[in-house]
Design a protein around this ligand. Structure first.
Ligand SMILES: Nc1nc2c(ncn2[C@@H]2O[C@H](COP(=O)(O)OP(=O)(O)OP(=O)(O)O)[C@@H](O)[C@H]2O)c(=O)[nH]1
Ligand SMILES: [Mg+2]
Length: 270
């Protein structure tokens, strides 16, 4: 009987007892999809020097993504241990489509917006590594194992998926300011990221959205941030690009975080 998420989680300190059980027959052969997942998630446990499997959770905030979310969920499911869709009062069939594709769907009782939904996802996810990606199909789940590799190899705590280009002028302005503080990160507004579960618990997710503030807060709280290039796919069905009016206010949050860091009394609050 494969170990449940909770059991894997509880084995964080010393999995030796369980590894034997797990090894028999549950490690896929090289070449099949699950192998890609496995390839990046074995890690030497400092406590007992044994390699053990890390659990990965995908968190997908969704608002009216019927016709797009099913494909994202089924592709993600092949690469992670748990897929959480945070549905925010979608008026279409987003929740049902995600459930049918195998996701655990959490429907917010009240509208929480993107940041609030990410927070809900962080709260309910049980993975050692958390991956956030969008529901509209722009982020390719095939990039997940590359995204988590720097974390598994202990080189980073947070990895951002760098898009080939930043679509909105407002996002580019925010990015320019944020990069004064984190010049090694080229795309501070991407929604495709991986982070260690224990880093997530230290983040308050300051700001109206996560553009700029996510990485600035993570760095301010001591996380080592890295980035890898990712592909951006056209959404499966056409989608109207919205003006992010909140970016004006977001810019203020980014300026204050860039100037004062997350700990100072001048720092913006969530
Ligand atoms: N739960 C929740 N998800 C949201 C909300 N607004 C957007 N999303 C989801 O957040 C992700 C990013 O939103 P998008 O509208 O794609 O934002 P974007 O990628 O910057 O914009 P586009 O370039 O137009 O795709 C998608 O998966 C949306 O479904 C919201 O209010 N609540
Ligand atoms: Mg999008």
């Amino acid at each position: 009987m494969p170990l449940s998420m909770g059991e894997r989680r509880r084995s964080w300190s010393c999995p030796l007892g369980r590894r034997g059980e797990r090894r028999s027959g549950c490690f896929p052969r090289r070449g099949d999809a699950a192998h890609d997942r496995l390839d990046g998630v074995m890690r030497r446990d400092e406590n007992c020097g044994a390699s053990r499997e890390l659990a990965i959770s995908a968190i997908i905030p969704a608002f009216n993504e019927e016709g797009r979310i099913g494909r994202v969920v089924s592709e993600a499911k092949r690469r992670v241990d748990e897929v959480l869709v945070i549905n925010d009062h979608s008026s279409d069939g987003t929740a049902l489509e995600a459930e049918r594709a195998g996701a655990r769907v959490l429907s917010n009782q009240c509208e929480k917006g993107y940041v609030g939904s990410i927070r809900t996802g962080f709260h309910h996810a049980s993975g050692d590594i958390l991956v956030t990606l969008d529901a509209d199909g722009e982020h390719d789940p095939a990039d997940i194992s590359r995204l988590i590799r720097p974390i598994v190899s202990g080189k980073a705590d947070v990895v951002l998926g760098r898009r080939p280009s930043i679509p909105r002028p407002s996002e580019r302005a925010i990015n320019w300011v944020a990069r004064r503080r984190v010049p090694h990160i080229h795309d501070t507004g991407t929604g495709y990221r991986a982070l260690r579960g224990d880093v997530m618990s230290r983040l308050r997710l300051i700001g109206r959205c996560t553009c700029g503030t996510f990485v600035l807060e993570a760095v301010a709280r001591g996380a080592r941030c890295a980035e890898i290039p990712v592909r951006i796919r056209p959404p499966a069905t056409t989608k109207r690009r919205t003006v992010q009016w909140g970016h004006g206010c977001q810019l203020l949050h980014v300026v204050r975080l860039a100037l004062f860091g997350a700990g100072s009394p001048w720092a913006p609050s969530p």
